[in-house]
Design a protein around this ligand. Structure first.
Ligand code: GLY
Length: 431
């Protein structure tokens, strides 16, 4: 079996690592990959967004199926191009990926299918005055979202009216997010706790990965600027069996059914970001891919052969396989470059990876890493490493992840120290 993985972050390293564990011993190729993925497969120097070159390479190298990590190539139509050429892919078509690519489309879709979410209004590029008037009328707290892809930074939760007006102006007048922010969605603020649910689906059948919780803010106590995610853990105790049953019935099944009815069956990985409110779970956002760093906890917990599962998914035969998830827990602590998500330095040598990997249950996933002129591993991005660990329960997974994370050093290393705290508090409060 020959599998191409597209992307270059910690999520793609986790995908490659878990596929490499398969008893089928697949040949793995990662485009473009990173120094971590090169340890479990072969990196291919083609950018994740260069769809024609990726297709040509996949055809030339007899790839059985391709797994797409990031959202940009999906929204740009990679799957449409590959499938038209007879290539199998784990990922949604461009029309289905609009659930992430257009927040305006997603909100309209949820309204049409009775899927619980925050009340909203959408404003087109030429409706700035109307957007301002609406925000003034609604007041704060309120959420302003760029409709298009904005690298995870396009949703601004505003606690004052001034912040909300500034966000609307930044997006619609200043072009902070380019075309992605020309159209904005203004949403009511939802009170509650967030949880992420990941679904593998061929459009008709679906399987659930472990529910996870991300930590979006840069600093402890959910302070500081939004990041791509500073750590994650799974399963999130917030997502009880009862809650997941409700999510399947009220969100996942209407979403998959609605996409079939719209003529665009959703196939691939669907990430549903939910707010668990007093009145039940409500959708915050859909994403057309795995989360990062959530992938670094939900994938290691998969006990089934993920090659078999992805192969079946890409043949639209998911009903033929099942998914066994480890009953334990996993946690991931992101080690970031000092200053991230603002300006940061690159090129600092990284030490201690072997010592970290020697911690029982620990795996270090690489993201923003590179090699210097002498071949030493060094920092090359904002989120440098995702240090994950599995354990019998959340407390053990977290203590192992932190023990491993503390064995790694590089100049400017920054990590949150409170990953998983909410989960531990919830577990200790549960009789
Ligand atoms: N960790 C959030 C995301 O991947 O969108």
């Amino acid at each position: 079996m020959r599998i191409l993985i597209i992307g270059q972050g910690g999520r793609e390293h986790a995908l490659a690592w878990v596929l490499a564990r398969s008893p089928q011993a697949p040949d793995l190729f990662i485009a473009p990959g990173n120094p971590g993925t090169a340890e479990v497969g072969t990196n291919v120097p083609i950018a994740a967004t260069d769809v024609p070159a990726l297709l040509h390479w996949a055809q030339e190298h007899a790839i059985d199926f391709t797994v797409v990590g990031p959202e940009q190539p999906l929204v740009a139509g990679l799957v449409d191009t590959f499938e038209a050429a007879g290539q199998r892919v784990v990922g949604p078509t461009a029309a289905a990926a609009r659930l992430e690519g257009s927040k305006a489309f997603a909100k309209q879709f949820m309204a049409a299918h009775g899927i619980p979410t925050a009340n909203h209004r959408t404003f087109q590029a030429d409706e700035y005055d109307a957007a301002v008037a609406y925000v003034r009328q609604e007041g704060a707290p309120i959420v302003i979202k760029a409709s298009g892809l904005a690298g995870g930074k396009g949703a601004v939760v505003c606690h004052t009216l001034d912040e909300a007006l500034e966000a609307v102006t930044d997006m619609m007048q200043e072009g902070t997010f380019g075309d992605a922010g020309a159209e904005v969605v203004v949403e009511s603020f939802m009170e509650g706790e967030e949880v992420s649910v990941f679904v593998l689906t061929d459009g008709a059948h679906y399987l659930l990965l472990a529910p996870a919780q991300d930590h979006k803010r840069a600093y402890d106590g959910d302070e500081g600027p939004n990041t791509g995610g500073m750590g994650a853990y799974a399963p999130a105790p917030l997502a009880t069996g009862r809650l997941l049953t409700q999510v399947c019935r009220d969100v996942i099944e209407p979403t998959l059914g609605g996409m079939v009815a719209a003529g665009h069956p959703y196939r691939g990985i669907l990430y549903v970001g939910l707010m668990v409110t007093e009145t039940g779970p409500r959708v915050v956002e859909y994403n057309c891919r795995l989360g990062d760093p959530e992938a670094q906890v939900v994938l290691p917990l998969v006990q089934s052969d993920l090659v078999e599962v992805f192969d079946a998914l890409s043949r639209h035969r998911l009903r033929e396989v099942s998914l066994i998830v480890d009953p334990g827990a996993a946690a991931c602590v992101v080690l970031a470059s000092g200053g991230y998500p603002g300006a940061y330095e690159k090129g600092h040598p990284i030490e201690g990876l072997e010592a970290a990997a020697a911690v029982p249950g620990a795996t270090v996933f690489q993201a923003g890493t590179g090699h210097d002129d002498t071949g030493r591993l060094c920092t090359a991005g904002g989120r440098v490493l995702g240090v994950s660990a599995q354990g019998a329960d959340l407390a053990e997974a977290l203590s192992r992840a932190y023990e491993a994370a503390d064995r790694i050093t590089f100049n400017g290393k920054h990590a949150r120290r409170d990953i998983g705290r909410r989960g531990l508090e919830r577990l200790s409060a549960t009789p």
